[in-house]
Design a protein around this ligand. Structure first.
Ligand SMILES: COc1ccc2c(c1)c(CC(=O)NCCCCNS(=O)(=O)c1cccc3c(N(C)C)cccc13)c(C)n2C(=O)c1ccc(Cl)cc1
Length: 575
């Protein structure tokens, strides 16, 4: 039988079977040696001894406000740290990509087949005794039971860092440009461009882009309602829009992504980015009256791309990380570093980014309460209340906490699908992924969850801690103090996230200069972009509240819960 099923090779060593009952570990380039690549080289030993643990670093970064205020105010120190964040995170990601969803070993296909999500760890070989290799039961627990016991939200649990619903929709809107599962072909297929390519604003391909453009002054098509600019109706444009329920013609708008008509929060972002593009085109036309429509359009797109990455790093990730250290978007920090400006979206990153618990069960817009049901396929709510009221209301509403038993009932089917895909594509165990991202594997269910009752439930389901599935481990893992989610989501997702952002073409030396963005004015827009300006420069009325964090939110101490021991920060969820 395949002795590699027990994953005997450690620290990135590659297992090779030798005949039917032997194997060897290839430790090349791992800095380890020995039969299982378990012995570190001398230099590796020193590095490991010096390296602070992720938790130590986390506590350093979310604490010591006075220290970080000093560091943040000294440019060369802030840049030094940010450079390490970039380089240490990016080095964890294989570039070029190594594995795909159809081979448990490295292939050339994995590099050239752009239709697949890439894989950071290969699938569990088919011939192994259990779905996880050798650990656990021969059959994985029933998905409906797992979802019922671990994910179903009985009582809404607010995100304890004060993350707002405006953040939730930003996350959904932004990630839909590079997480595009081609479900018709299968969960391993994707139809995206493998990066931050702004297709969620400008359309999935050139054909749709041409339908969305006005071909006047570089602008996108729009219509004016109630003295505000909104996307055009799709009857006048003809892009492919997909709705989860039938939609009236006057609610069917032409947007950059086929899914965005389903939720008003997504329609809001589609609208504001369209307005921003057209505003930037006006600015560029004044600066360059000699430029034609095409040049205005292309420059507008580059400026919005730069603004997007800046907002994501300096506001969106800042909110997610809850760091006192001020994160910085500065591509020059990587100039001269061994860094490849290429990115491939990984299946595991897609699974990591399933944060449906962020979605509240209902929305209070300008005093009117809407359930999710009222909200679905109803973009006209945004027009009715007006953009200012809508963004103000979302900024003041708490998002849900990404933890156990906090998936709203409308998201349960999505999470069941995700679990099925994880099994079809034979994702390796949560612990194998922890090791792949330099985290120690959890030795017990108690250590994973930090909660006795939850540990018991998981033990009944899986039997062996090494058989816990990827997504289940991510959600049931105990959270660190003052953190939005568990250690694993951070240590695994952060590398994909930063690689995906910093490997963007505009971050490369040939692009990253004022002339790419239309000269000093455009360069200034990219270097000073904020979420606040994105909204307020595209509203006629006074600037509303625009924030990823609910204003004057008091970080309450989580109440100790039954079944959890010692520091009960971990689960806002009684079981
Ligand atoms: C916490 O919550 C979060 C939550 C999300 C986060 C982050 C932090 C981070 C920052 C990060 O990457 N956090 C970990 C690494 C920071 C510290 N490790 S370090 O840089 O390697 C380092 C190593 C050694 C010494 C260091 C040092 N010295 C001088 C002592 C100072 C500072 C850093 C040092 C990123 C990008 N997120 C994402 O975008 C993201 C997006 C989607 C998903 Cl699904 C998951 C994540």
């Amino acid at each position: 039988e395949n002795l590699c099923c027990s994953y005997p090779c450690q620290n990135g060593g590659v297992c090779l079977t030798k005949g039917f009952n032997d194997y060897e570990c290839d430790c090349t380039n791992t800095d380890f040696y020995g039969k299982h690549c378990e012995v570190p080289s001398f230099s590796k030993r020193i590095k490991l001894w010096l390296k602070p643990s992720p938790s130590t670093l986390h506590n350093l970064l979310v604490g010591n406000k006075w220290f970080w205020n000093i560091v943040n105010s000294i440019p060369f120190m802030r840049k030094f740290i940010m450079k390490r964040v970039y380089t240490i995170r990016a080095d964890i990601i294989d570039s070029p990509p190594t594995y795909d969803n159809e081979h448990s070993y490295i292939t050339l296909d994995a590099n050239y087949n752009l239709s697949f999500f890439t894989r950071t760890l290969p699938p569990v070989p088919i011939e192994c005794p259990t779905p996880m290799g050798v650990a656990g039961k021969t059959k994985l627990p029933d998905i409906d039971e797992l979802v019922q016991k671990l994910f179903v939200r009985e009582k809404f649990k607010p995100e304890l860092r004060g993350t707002s619903a405006l953040f939730s929709f930003f996350a959904q809107h932004f990630t839909h440009q590079f997480f595009k599962t081609d479900i018709k072909r299968g969960p391993q297929y994707q139809w995206g461009g493998h990066g931050v390519d702004m297709t969620h604003v400008y359309g999935k391909d050139k054909h749709d882009e041409h339908l969305l453009r006005s071909f006047k002054d570089g602008k996108l098509k729009f219509q004016t309602i109630n003295n505000e600019d909104w996307p055009p109706l799709n009857k006048d444009v003809g892009v492919e829009m997909k709705y989860i329920m039938p939609v009236k013609e006057d609610s069917n708008f032409a947007l950059g992504h086929s899914f965005f008509g389903n939720l008003p929060g997504l329609f809001m972002y589609a609208t504001i980015w369209m307005r921003e593009h057209n505003r930037v085109c006006d600015v560029m036309k004044k600066e360059h009256p000699d430029w034609d429509d095409e040049r205005l359009f292309q420059t507008g797109k580059l400026i919005l791309l730069g603004a997007t990455i800046r907002i994501v790093v300096e506001e969106y990730i800042q909110q997610l990380s809850n760091y006192n250290f001020k994160l910085l978007f500065d591509p020059t920090l990587l100039f001269g570093e061994p860094f490849q400006y290429q990115n491939r979206v990984a299946l595991e990153f897609n699974h990591l980014y399933h944060w449906h618990p962020l979605m509240p069960d209902d929305f209070n817009i300008g005093g009117t309460n809407y359930t999710i049901k009222d909200f679905l396929v109803n973009p006209r709510i945004v027009i009715k209340h007006g953009m200012a009221t809508f963004v103000d209301s979302l900024s003041k509403q708490n998002a849900g906490s990404i933890t156990v038993k906090n998936h709203g009932k409308y998201t349960l089917n999505v999470v069941k699908e995700l679990m099925k895909h994880g099994r079809t594509l034979r994702l390796q165990s949560f612990n194998n992924y922890r090791k792949r991202f330099n985290l120690p594997p959890h030795k017990s269910f108690q250590e994973l969850t930090g909660n006795k009752k939850l540990a018991k439930v998981l033990e009944n389901f899986y039997g062996d801690i090494d058989a816990v599935e990827f997504y289940v481990g991510l959600i049931t893992e105990k959270r660190r103090p003052k953190a939005v989610f568990g250690e694993a989501i951070v240590e695994m997702g952060a590398p994909y996230s930063l690689k995906g952002l910093m490997a963007n073409p505009i971050c490369s030396p040939k692009y990253w200069k004022p002339s790419t963005f239309g000269g000093e004015i455009g360069w200034e827009i990219v270097n000073t972009a904020t979420l606040q300006k994105l909204f307020c420069q595209n509203l006629k009325e006074d600037c509303p509240i625009v924030s990823f964090k609910v204003p004057d939110f008091v970080e309450e101490q989580e109440k100790p819960l039954d079944g959890c021991d010692g520091d009960c920060q971990q689960h806002g969820g009684e079981l």
